[in-house]
Design a protein. Structure first.
Length: 97
């Protein structure tokens, strides 16, 4: 019971959310806390593709000056939000590693 609420709040994509959370949990349990973020990202992406979910990874960027760094930081939050839509549409490429 949380703040007087006894019923479970329904999630719009409950089954999908559960599958993603399980993949994240399994990846974390396997590696623990000792590796760089890129290790977890690669493993989680591979795991999500293995269970039939499309997963885009962070794209490398080329920075030519400091103004570009600021621009990339401003739009990174937006692209993170937009990339979430790829999770429901399946794999985008066949380069499974």
């Amino acid at each position: 019971q949380f703040l007087g609420y006894t019923s479970k709040i329904p999630l719009e994509h409950e089954e999908l959310t559960g599958r993603i959370r399980q993949a994240v949990f399994e990846t974390h349990c396997y590696f623990g806390n000792e590796f760089l973020e890129k290790i977890y990202e690669n493993s989680l992406s591979r795991h999500l593709r293995k269970i039939g979910l499309g997963a885009l990874q962070q794209e490398p960027i080329t920075v030519r000056d400091e103004a570009q760094v600021h621009h990339y930081l401003k739009i990174s939050k937006l692209t993170d939000l937009l990339s979430n839509s790829s999770l429901t549409s399946g794999p985008k490429n066949s380069n499974s590693k």
